[in-house]
Design a protein around this ligand. Structure first.
Ligand code: NAI
Length: 213
């Protein structure tokens, strides 16, 4: 749809715009100027204009942005006008937390099935979804449309699990295991590492400590 190459920095900012505009919509705000949006989001107005110009603007001189329209257009750019079938591999602490989080569905991400190797977990239910044995994984993927597989298994198991998922046809990997995955180019991987975020927080805190000395 959008042929122009969009920088990663812009893409990284879009979910925040989307979330913010969603909050405004919930408060029945119909339109917002780039100045107001910039004050609320603490991004310069010119940054917002530049970001949105990548996708053809959306703003009108003297009017600002129509919140509903902008929200829906950014949603389309992010691919949120699609429904995604998600499976989770690893039904431990993190896998269960993801499965229990209902808000992903609001964005179009539906957890359809969960897999594990532990006999203690297989057959149990998480939010009405039965944990299946890993042996069923290949057949499940071949018979059901799986858009995204979340990997929440121990780090040492993650590369093997990822390779199998890809071999069976999964093209989207949401990787939570703290390890890099080497997968073919046509597979899209999004890594989520809370510990990296904590280390960044630690760096910034230690910077502040230095400044205060
Ligand atoms: P956990 O030990 O509670 O759960 C791991 C689950 O994976 C267990 O139920 C285990 O039976 C299952 N498992 C092991 N091998 C498997 C395989 N081959 N196929 C399917 N299931 C398998 O661990 P926890 O706390 O849920 O962490 C899971 C992963 O997520 C770890 O790699 C951990 O380092 C990572 N993690 C990442 C975070 C992040 O910010 N990205 C935060 C917390 C954990």
């Amino acid at each position: 749809m959008y042929k122009k190459e969009i920088s990663k920095a812009v893409i990284n900012r879009l979910p925040r715009y989307y979330r913010y505009l969603g909050d405004l919509l919930e408060k029945d705000v119909v339109r917002i100027s780039s100045k107001e949006l910039s004050e609320k989001m603490r991004v310069t107005a010119s940054q917002i204009r530049q970001d949105l110009n990548n996708f053809g603007g959306f703003g009108q001189q003297g009017y600002g942005y129509n919140v509903e329209y902008l929200h829906s257009e950014i949603g389309k750019i992010l691919g949120l006008d699609t429904k995604y079938n998600v499976i989770i591999i690893g039904a431990g602490n993190l896998g269960q937390a993801l499965a229990n989080y209902t808000d992903f569905e609001r964005r179009g991400f539906y957890v359809r099935s969960i897999f594990d190797i532990s006999p203690a977990l297989i057959g149990t239910e998480i939010r009405g979804i039965t944990v299946r044995a890993n042996e069923e994984l290949e057949e499940y993927i071949r018979n059901n449309k799986v858009d995204i597989a979340a990997i929440t298994v121990p780090k040492t198991k993650a590369p093997g699990v990822a390779n199998e998922l890809v071999k069976w046809g999964v093209k989207g990997i949401w990787n939570f295991a703290p390890t890099d995955l080497n997968l073919p180019k046509d597979v899209t991987v999004e890594n989520v590492h809370l510990a990296d975020s904590l280390m960044k927080l630690s760096y910034r805190l230690s910077g502040k400590r230095e400044e205060m000395k």
